[in-house]
Design a protein around this ligand. Structure first.
Ligand code: B1M
Length: 209
């Protein structure tokens, strides 16, 4: 059972106004927004995906759920990212070429900002050139996100592109991505979730936590 059933159902059914009201109230009440995110919002996205797999939901339902999720995330972001201090390092985050899923990527961005990193959000459908631009702009780590088994292989191209640059660390993540896959393609790091991404980047860059 979700921690906040109303929020869980509102995301699942794509009810943006309800999500907005609950998220705004949570921020006003100084509630534990990370718990809301982990225990209600992310499980709702998982459920809509499971329904899609069982042919009980279709792309439009996934889309409106995603929009409702993003509405909530936009409201919670300032609180999640509020721990801010002097930027520790610059990190680029993007979803790889061919892939338009951006909610997980956005969460990684928020959590990295919250941990004090300066983040270049490269967006979705990113080819190596886009990541390269971010590196030229000072990013010392690149976090690649992929949600599709068909776009995951593009991460190998990113890793290979930066193979000669020892000072740039490439980390990967996303629902179908595993530690084993990261090792197979020679990525410098892997994380299961957005908090894990912060730890992995911190470790890869040799920053004392
Ligand atoms: Co898509 N979709 N989708 N979709 N979608 C999945 C991924 C899918 C698993 C659904 C399913 O079949 N059950 C399936 C992929 C199957 C596969 O490849 N094996 C799928 C499919 C098939 C598709 C389309 C092909 C459908 C179609 O058109 N027929 C299409 C592809 C479009 C494209 O990208 N080219 C498509 C489209 C869409 C929408 C546009 C409708 C929408 C995306 C909207 C958006 O993102 N703005 C959508 C959605 C919402 C989903 C599901 C339901 C939810 C994804 C999500 O937001 N999860 C998803 C089902 C699922 O994942 N269970 C599904 C919540 C998010 C917080 O989790 O993104 O995993 P996640 O991120 C986590 C971690 O993975 C990690 O941290 C995050 C936070 O903890 N993480 C990283 C992510 N990136 C990281 C990077 C790091 C580290 C950690 O770097 C170091």
């Amino acid at each position: 059972m979700a921690q906040n059933e109303e929020l869980y159902n509102a995301i699942l059914k794509g009810k943006r106004k309800i999500v907005q009201a609950i998220a705004e109230q949570a921020v006003a009440d100084a509630a534990d927004v990370e718990e809301l995110l982990m225990e209600s919002m992310i499980p709702a996205m998982k459920e809509i995906g499971d329904r899609f797999s069982r042919n009980e939901a279709y792309v439009p339902e996934m889309l409106i759920a995603a929009r409702a999720m993003q509405t909530g995330l936009d409201i919670l972001e300032p609180v999640l990212a509020a721990k801010g201090h002097e930027p520790i390092a610059k990190v680029a985050v993007g979803t790889v070429k061919g892939d338009l899923h951006d909610i997980g990527k956005n969460l990684v961005v928020i959590m990295l900002k919250g941990a004090g990193f300066e983040v270049i959000d490269v967006g979705t459908d990113c080819d190596v050139q886009k990541f390269e631009e971010a590196v030229n702009d000072g990013a010392s780590a690149v976090c690649c996100s992929a949600l599709l088994t068909t776009t995951m292989p593009y991460m190998k191209e990113v890793v290979e592109h930066f193979a000669t640059k020892d000072d740039v660390k490439i980390l990967i993540g996303g629902a179908p991505v595993t530690q084993a896959y990261a090792e197979e393609i020679g990525a410098d790091g892997f994380a299961n979730d957005a908090n894990g991404a912060v730890n992995a980047v911190t470790e890869c860059l040799g920053i004392a936590s």
